[in-house]
Design a protein around this ligand. Structure first.
Ligand code: HEC
Ligand code: HEC
Length: 362
């Protein structure tokens, strides 16, 4: 195959001036300079530094390629679905649906997760933590029958035959042959782009930096969230599982959204399907609450439309399950407490992040 391609490529070079139709994809890749520009991640002050895999250093070229791939439906079977179909920048990279719709409108079983700060998530990706790295994670949607419904050999073929991608992969990874455009290099590029999606400039962050102050309602909401004034204000217990600065514990809990009388009979096993332990059935990762105002509907199956419904769920103590966390219990919030807690959650919205021109469709 490639011999024929390069044969055509050579003819193109000879006749290139006359035949303006010959494109970059057929040039000898090694003629294209490989001079990657290092890309430095700026970790927000209170974040634990991001771990970058040694075999995938961040470069401006890699990030730019990842961004192109993220928005390009080429990775799906009929070139209709891209990563951005389910991860919209203006919704903090969720899609506003209870469960995502992918190839041909097919519905998945879970709600799309936000991608903000995803480069800091080292304890497992997805609601159930089944994927360890961003590089590996990106292999899933392409071949998932309800997401992009393609296959890797097919996606690789389309990228290798493309007019622009071979040169971009060369510039990002120094590949010498189009065959090196494969799931590994695609995964690396997507991961590099995703690592740049850092959100740490919400009103909450500005208060932490001393730039602005909470309103009284936000302040009260914060105290409830973190159990900071027991006896004076109700304890919300939220901070145990949604810990700053990520507002996610990066751990797995059953937060009591369903009554489960028998742990062996759970519709979506969640973490249990990964660990094989019955006691993990019905546990999910406590998701980040950053930009939570933009990521409705809520929970892994998108069952709640509003933050008020979520707060009512916790206030009522959740449903019985043997493995439900004891931190989900009757809370006795007043109307004012609920409003204040909501006001605090709204301070986690980072409008600079969702409008960042570096993250939108290139
Ligand atoms: C059809 C919709 C859809 C498409 C297309 C899609 N995703 Fe997702 N994505 C989801 C859903 C739903 C989840 C949560 C699934 C789960 O946890 O089981 C998710 C989860 C993720 C996560 C995990 C985030 C976390 O916090 O753990 C990452 C990373 C991600 N997607 C990146 C991508 C990339 C990269 C692509 C393109 C190659 C992509 N997604 C394509 C719907 C989609
Ligand atoms: C025991 C740990 C725990 C406690 C306590 C807890 N949460 Fe959660 N929270 C979770 C888990 C786990 C999920 C995801 C559950 C699922 O989808 O099945 C979640 C989901 C959410 C969601 C939906 C997020 C999304 O992206 O869909 C919001 C909002 C939320 N919690 C807010 C709160 C608030 C406010 C409190 C305090 C009143 C609180 N949580 C207390 C563990 C907890």
């Amino acid at each position: 195959m490639s011999g024929a391609r390069y044969g055509i490529g050579a003819i193109c070079v000879m006749w290139g001036v006359l035949l303006a139709g010959c494109h970059d994809g057929l040039k000898d890749l090694e003629d294209i300079p490989f001079e990657p520009t290092p890309y430095a991640i700026k970790d927000p002050a209170d974040f634990t530094p991001m771990l970058i895999p040694e075999d995938n250093p961040m470069t401006a070229e890699g990030v730019a390629l990842g961004r192109m791939l993220f928005y390009d439906p080429i990775l799906s079977r009929d070139s209709t679905v891209s990563c951005a179909t389910c991860h919209h920048a203006d919704k903090a990279f969720t899609d506003g649906l209870p469960v995502s719709a992918g190839f041909g409108g097919r519905l998945g079983k879970r709600s799309a997760l936000s991608l903000q700060n995803v480069g800091y998530f080292n304890t497992g990706l997805f609601w159930d933590g089944r994927s360890a790295t961003l590089e590996e994670q990106s292999l899933h949607p392409v071949a998932d029958s309800v997401e992009m419904a393609s296959s890797w050999p097919e996606a690789e073929r389309k990228l290798r035959d493309h007019a622009e991608y071979p040169a971009l992969f060369r510039k990002a990874f120094g590949i010498a042959k189009v065959e090196e455009i494969n799931r590994t290099t695609v995964g690396k590029a997507l991961a590099q782009f995703e690592r740049t999606l850092i959100s740490a400039d919400s009103r909450y962050d500005k208060v932490m930096r001393g730039a602005v102050r909470f309103t009284e309602s936000e302040r009260r909401g914060r105290q409830i969230f973190f159990d900071a004034e027991p006896g004076v204000l109700p304890t919300g217990e939220c901070g145990h599982c949604h810990q700053p600065p990520m507002f996610s514990g990066l751990e797995y809990f059953n937060n009591g959204i369903d009554e489960i009388r028998d742990l062996t009979k759970v519709k979506d096993k969640g973490r249990g399907a990964v660990t094989g332990s019955v006691f993990d059935n019905g546990k999910f990762r406590s998701p980040s609450l950053r930009n939570i105002a933009l990521t409705a509907p809520y929970m892994h199956d998108g069952r709640f439309q509003t933050l008020r419904q979520v707060i009512d769920h916790y206030n009522e103590g959740g449903h019985y399950a043997e493995n439900a966390s004891p931190n989900v219990r009757l809370l006795h919030f007043s109307e004012r407490d609920k409003a204040d807690l909501t006001a605090f959650l709204l301070t986690l919205t980072d409008t600079a992040f969702v409008r960042d021109p570096r993250f939108i469709h290139p």
